[in-house]
Every structure is written in structure tokens, then in C-alpha cells.
Write a protein that binds this ligand. Sequence first.
Ligand code: NAP
Length: 283
Amino acid sequence: MSAHIIDGNALSRQLRTEVAARVQALKAKGVTPGLAVVLVGDHPASQVYVRNKVKACEDTGLHSVLEKYEASMSEATLLARVAALNQDPSIHGILVQLPLPDHIDAHKVIEAISPAKDVDGFHMASAGALMTGMPGFWPCTPYGCMKMLESIGYELRGKHAVVIGRSNIVGKPMALMLLQKNATVTICHSATADLKAMTLQADVIVAAVGKRGVLTADMIKPGAVVLDVGMNRNDQGKLCGDVDFAGVQQVASHITPVPGGVGPMTITMLLVNTLEAAERASN
Ligand code: NAP
């Protein structure tokens, strides 16, 4: 068997077309959804990420502002910028690119963002909303994974989902979203005694670790759906995920590639959240 590949680029194109149409409808009512992206320092990967986010906004008709600051920027100045963006009516979503320089408390900065503009879904209010099933913003990466499952018509009710990784931005919210859709969820992490024993029971596996080769073909049951969130480099320096794609593809029913899988979906869901924020603000 060779698994069906869930194409994150194709699904993103489809969703972005829908976003662009909703943006036009909102613009007709006099509201242009706006995203502010704040970058502090010159972390090379972050520069690429923010550029891609701004370009995605431009391509779908959203207004975007990129604010770049020196790594020496003080925490107080950054907090003042966030406070100003909270008050800016042309901005509906605020994204502070992580990581921040060591002298800035990232938690404090995220908590300073108005929950109504927390389109990254990292604020504690957003986390609480997800946990309690209330309206809020879902973190973009796991939200994108849910859209990928939806795109293949996958019914999660009664299925066993195993999430590998328990970070606040991927693993934990992923588990909560799967739970909300009535899957039975197991969360694995670095202290899990026997990862293979867990993954072999899974109907759905989400790998969000950041180590290549964490999930191999012998660790999954035939027909499992495998979503690969990991972003790593192989020996040739090429982007790869956590999953041994070539091997797992022979056993799984569906699999996401890296690149071209979860990555583009993350940016797409940022656009969706920003649009949603603008729609809520306009109502
Ligand atoms: P993170 O904060 O470093 O979390 C990694 C998790 O993996 C931790 O919970 C850790 O366990 C667990 N882990 C480490 N080694 C393990 C092992 N051998 N077996 C099982 N679990 C293990 O990373 P993250 O921010 O969640 O990101 C995870 C990966 O996704 C990274 O490669 C990141 O670059 C990628 N990512 C991709 C996107 C995208 O758009 N495609 C977005 C975000 C992140 P402990 O908690 O016990 O330490």
C-alpha cells in the first residue's frame, strides 16, 4: 500500500481562495482585515517566517504591517508597541514572532496582546477557551492539522489519536482539538516509556517533536493516518519532518509530506484567524 498524500499546498490554495472571497465581502462593508507582525532581532528562520506571513496577507487581500526592531529593543518598549497595536482599529490580529531575545519575557509579551487580537492563539485566554470549548483563537499549526483531517473526511469519533509532543503551541492544543472531536487521545513526550507501544495502537498519529526519524514504519498500524508537524534538516541539509516518510508511506493510509504539508497550513490558518478577528470586530 502507498498512502494518500495530504497536500498542504493544494488545501492551502483552496482555503486561501475562500479567505480572499470573505476578505472582499468584508472590504465591501468598509473593513479591511489587518495583521501586525512584530519581529525583534535578526533570527534567520524568523525572518523567512515573517516574510512568508506578510506575503500570504498581500496575496489574499489582507492589510499587513511588518514591524522590525533591533535585538537590543527593551521589553518595556515592546510592551508599549503591543499596547499601541491593541488600540489600533486597522489591526485585527497581532503576531509577535518567537523566539524573542533572552532579555525579553515572551510570556509577558504574549499576555499583553489583547485576546481579541491573539491570532496566534498563544494567550492564556485562548488556551482556556480551547480547553473549555468556548469561542477563541486556535493555535494555527494544530488548527491546520484539524483542517487536513477534515479535508479527507476523516471521522474522529471513537478513534484513537496519539500526539507525540506536548508543547503549548502544538502538542497540547492538538490533543484538545482531537478530544473535542471525540477521539480518544494519548499524549506522548520525552519521558514516555514505550513510544512504539502507544503509536501501534493509534488510528491517527500527530508527530510534533522536532527530531527526524521519531516515527518509523514498524511503529504504526496498517491504515493509520499520519500528520507530520516536525521541521528538521536531513544530512543533505534539506527540510524534513519527524516521520520516516518513505517507510511510513508504505503502511499508512494517509500521510502529510514535509515540505508541503502542515507548514503551509499554519500560515493559512493565521489568515483565517485574522479574518475571523476582523469579522468579529465588525459585528
Ligand atoms: P518543542 O516545544 O521542542 O516540543 C517538542 C516535544 O517533543 C516536547 O513535548 C518533547 O517532550 C517531545 N519529545 C522530544 N523528544 C521526544 C522523543 N524522543 N519521543 C517523544 N517525544 C519527544 O517543539 P514544538 O514547538 O512543539 O515543535 C515541534 C516540531 O514542530 C519542531 O520541529 C518545530 O519546528 C515544528 N513546528 C512546525 C510548525 C509548522 O508550521 N510546520 C509549527 C510549529 C512547530 P518533553 O515535553 O518531555 O520535553
